[in-house]
Design a protein around this ligand. Structure first.
Ligand code: DON
Length: 340
């Protein structure tokens, strides 16, 4: 497979910065005001307790890599992190085992199918395909260091808390509700076991995964976690180095390809940034070298992605100039006359 790590060649990073603080502040408020009235989508109900979420909640937060925080709406309301945890557990596992090993074991390519697809596993000879779909996330969680599931869970909670810069707590009600109904994830773990793709007790791996999905975060937490990935692995609020810059680069590439499941291509085409959604309505987006964006709004599109979260992020990507694929023609008067 392709490997961009060329021996003896330093990794360069893209440059650029956000507009001034006050402008970002008013644009974050505008991203909220412009989309507040939208009622499209539906709250997830396949995990019973999620159906009780208040659909009107809507928060947006941008955290810059210098630690500056911009908030709008319900940015401090807590919800369960759900699938967004997959990005950070992947980062922790990648930090432990390295770029190539995890890419080989779990994969990096999009399935084009739903997050909890069983067919995707069968179509790919039991390979989990990528760490953002449930098969790959379960295989990744099973790789977490720890002699027991409790030790793995503690390492995950500690690691995700370091990304957020505060102690994240388990939402017991969400955990119990999902643990009582996650028969499909148990089936996926058993299927991975049958293909020799999981190195632990599969049902214990499902339990640790269910706990990681039940950690409580806010849009502000998501923005700080995203800003840590944008900042070469250093949490810009606490100053703690959580993972290496290489792990951030790998994580963001995985998010760009797979973060919004079968909608990942559409998302990249429209927003041009790595992102990750969760079924309780959270949405994390990262502008490498610039900022993390956290959004929360429980109504989802059919693929399980927050509708207003996507709209607010699309607006911010455009007005803040974040799309990584966007460029402008160089001014003719400044063109180089150097010929090699
Ligand atoms: O595996 C599940 O069903 C959930 N705990 C997480 C799913 C999820 O967030 C999918 N995202 N859009």
């Amino acid at each position: 497979m392709l490997d961009s790590n060329v021996e003896g060649v330093e990794q360069s990073v893209s440059t650029g910065s956000l507009p001034g603080w006050e402008q970002v502040d008013s644009l974050v408020v505008a991203s909220h005001t412009r989309n507040r009235a939208c009622q499209d989508g539906a709250v997830a109900d396949y995990i019973p307790v999620l159906a009780q979420a208040d659909p009107e909640l809507f928060g947006v937060c941008v955290v810059e890599v210098d630690g500056g925080v911009h908030l709008a709406g319900d940015a401090d309301v807590e919800f369960s992190i759900q699938s967004i945890s997959k990005a950070f557990v992947y980062a922790l596992v990648c930090e432990e085992f390295g770029h190539a090993a995890v890419a080989d074991l779990v994969g990096v390519n999009n399935t084009g199918l739903a997050f909890n697809s069983v067919i995707a596993i069968e179509l790919n000879d039991g390979h989990p395909m990528n760490p953002m779909v449930n098969a790959g996330a379960l295989a990744t969680t099973a790789l977490m260091p720890g002699a027991t599931p409790d030790e793995q869970w503690n390492a995950i909670r500690k690691g995700l808390s370091a990304f957020a810069g505060r102690e994240l707590e388990l939402d017991q009600e969400v955990y119990r509700s999902e643990a009582a109904t996650n028969t499909r994830n148990r089936a996926i773990a058993r299927l991975l076991e049958s293909y020799g793709r999981i190195n632990r007790d599969p049902l214990e791996a499902v339990d640790v995964y269910t706990k990681q999905c039940s950690l409580r975060v806010s849009a502000r937490d998501l923005a700080i976690m995203g800003a840590t990935l944008a900042d070469g692995g250093v949490n810009p609020v606490t100053g703690q180095s959580v993972v290496s810059a290489e792990v951030c680069r790998d994580t963001l590439a995985i998010l760009a390809a797979n973060g919004l499941y079968e909608r990942s291509g559409e998302w990249l085409f429209e927003i041009g940034l790595p992102g990750k959604s969760g079924v309780s309505g959270g949405l994390l987006t990262v502008s490498p070298g610039k900022a993390g964006i956290g959004a929360f709004s429980p109504r989802l599109d059919p693929a399980g992605n927050s509708v207003r979260g996507q709209q607010a992020t699309a607006y911010l990507s455009r007005v803040l100039g974040l799309n990584i694929f966007a460029s402008q023609a160089y001014a003719p008067s400044e063109r180089s006359t150097n010929v090699h």
